[in-house]
Design a protein around this ligand. Structure first.
Ligand SMILES: [Zn+2]
Length: 387
C-alpha cells in the first residue's frame, strides 16, 4: 500500500528557480502536445526534448523527462475536451527516482536543481518515522508555500501489504446528517460537538457574507480553511473509531450510486444534497479505506437503495415504514427502531448476504472499493412478505 508523508524543507533560491524553470518546461510541452493533439510520452519526447535542452540548458535531462511525464499526465486528464491545461509558475513539481536520493540515516535528501545536485536537511515528523523505516520512498512532489516561505516535500512511500482477514463479522455504518455515523452494533458516534462547531461556522459565514467588505472576504477565506481542517481531523478520528471496532468487514453504502440515482430524479436530488452536502463523506470514506488497509480489514460497498425503508427485522420495504424522520416503524411486523440504526443494520445484513461465506482473500478488496448491486435482494424479500 502507498502512503504520503509531508516534510518541510528550508527555503532555497536554487530550488525556487528549479520550480520556475520546470513549470515553464511543463507548459511548453503542454503547448506542443495540445497543438499536435497527443499525450503520448514518446511523441512528446521527440517533438520537444532537443528544443528544451537548447532553451533551458540548466535543467538536468532527467528533470526534463519528469516534466514531460507530468505534462503528458495533465494532457491525458483533460483529453483535449475543454481548455488547455495551465501550469502555474510556482505550482508543485514531481521528482522521480533518478532525480532525488534520500539519505535517511543522516536526515538529508539530495535533489536535482538548476545548479546541480544539492543536499537539504529533511525533517521527518516522528509520527511518520515508522513509515520511512519499513517502506521504500518511490517518488517526491515538491511544493512551494509562498505564504509561509518554505518548501514542502510530499514523499510517496510504498509499504508492505498487510494480510487481509477473511470477512466474517460485518459492521454496517450508516452516514447521515444528524448523526454522522451510526453503526449496526448499536453505537452512535458522538456528534453533538461537531454539529455545534459546524453551526457556529455557518452563523459566522452568514454574518460575514452579508457584510461583504474586503476584510470580511479575507476573514471568510481564513475560516473556510479552518472549517475544512476541522472536518478532516474529525473524519480521521471517526475512521479510526470505526476501524477499531471488533469487526473485520465494514459495510458502507455506495454514495456514488446514490448520486447517479439522484441525477435521474430531481426530487431526490434536493433531499440528498441536503443529506450529503454538509459533510465530507467522500473524504470519510477514503479515510476508512486507508485505515482498514492498515489493520487488515475489508471495506465493502453496497447499493444504498431501500436501506432507509427496509425493515431490518423482516425485510419488508415500504415508504410508510418511516413514521418520522428519526424513527422507523415497520408496518408489517411492527418492529420499531431508530431509523439510522435500522439502516446500519440493513447495510450489515446486505454485506453478510453478499459476501458471507464466500471467500474474499484478494488483498485488492480493501484497496479497490467494490460495487455490488443488491437490487435483487430487497426485491425478493418484498415478494416474499407481500404474499
Ligand atoms: Zn418488519
Amino acid at each position: 500500500m502507498q502512503r504520503t508523508i509531508q516534510c518541510s524543507l528550508p527555503l532555497d533560491t536554487d530550488l525556487l528557480e528549479t520550480i520556475e524553470v520546470y513549470n515553464k518546461v511543463v507548459q511548453h510541452i503542454i503547448d506542443i502536445g495540445w497543438s499536435k493533439r497527443t499525450f503520448n510520452k514518446n511523441t512528446l519526447h521527440t517533438e520537444t526534448y532537443q528544443d528544451i535542452r537548447n532553451k533551458y540548458p540548466q535543467l538536468q535531462s532527467s528533470l526534463v523527462q519528469c516534466a514531460r511525464d507530468m505534462a503528458s499526465d495533465m494532457l491525458k486528464r483533460e483529453k483535449f475536451r475543454y481548455h488547455k491545461p495551465f501550469k502555474k509558475p510556482l505550482s508543485s513539481i514531481r521528482y522521480n527516482q533518478r532525480t532525488f536520493t534520500p539519505f535517511l540515516g543522516t536526515g538529508k535528501i539530495s535533489l536535482s536543481t538548476v545548479k546541480g545536485r544539492k543536499k537539504f536537511p529533511l525533517l521527518i515528523p516522528p509520527y511518520f518515522q515508522p513509515y520511512v523505516n519499513e517502506g521504500r520512498i518511490t517518488s517526491l512532489t515538491l511544493c512551494y508555500n509562498k505564504k509561509r516561505q518554505k518548501f514542502i516535500a510530499c514523499l510517496t512511500v510504498e509499504l508492505p501489504d498487510i494480510p487481509v482477514e477473511e470477512p466474517t463479522t460485518f459492521l454496517g455504518v450508516d452516514r447521515g446528517i444528524k448523526r454522522i455515523a451510526v453503526c449496526s452494533n448499536n453505537t452512535f458516534y458522538p456528534t453533538n460537538h461537531i454539529l455545534a462547531v459546524k453551526w457556529r461556522y455557518q452563523q459566522l459565514r452568514k454574518k460575514l457574507q452579508s457584510k461583504g467588505t474586503r476584510s470580511a472576504k479575507r476573514k471568510l477565506k481564513v475560516i473556510s480553511g479552518r472549517e475544512r481542517r476541522f472536518m478532516t481531523d474529525e473524519n480521521r478520528k471517526l475512521a479510526k473509531w470505526i476501524c477499531n471496532m471488533p469487526y473485520n468487514c465494514i459495510v458502507l453504502e455506495n454514495l456514488r450510486q446514490l448520486k447517479q440515482h439522484s441525477k435521474k430524479r430531481k426530487k431526490v436530488s434536493k433531499a440528498l444534497r441536503k443529506k450529503f452536502g454538509n459533510w465530507a463523506y467522500y473524504q470519510l470514506e477514503q479515510f476508512i479505506i486507508q485505515r482498514a488497509e492498515t489493520v487488515g480489514k475489508t471495506v465493502f460497498f453496497v447499493n444504498p437503495r431501500y436501506t432507509s425503508q427496509r425493515c431490518s427485522q423482516c425485510g419488508y420495504i415500504a415508504q410508510k415504514n418511516r413514521s418520522s424522520r428519526s424513527d422507523f416503524l415497520c408496518i408489517e411486523c411492527f418492529f420499531s427502531l431508530n431509523a439510522d440504526l435500522n439502516a446500519a443494520r440493513n447495510l450489515s445484513n446486505f454485506g453478510k448476504a453478499e459476501i458471507g461465506g464466500a471467500s474474499v482473500n484478494s488483498p485488492n478488496v480493501a484497496v479497490l472499493p467494490m460495487t455490488v448491486t443488491i437490487s435483487s435482494l430487497p426485491r425478493a424479500s418484498v415478494l416474499a412478505t407481500s404474499h
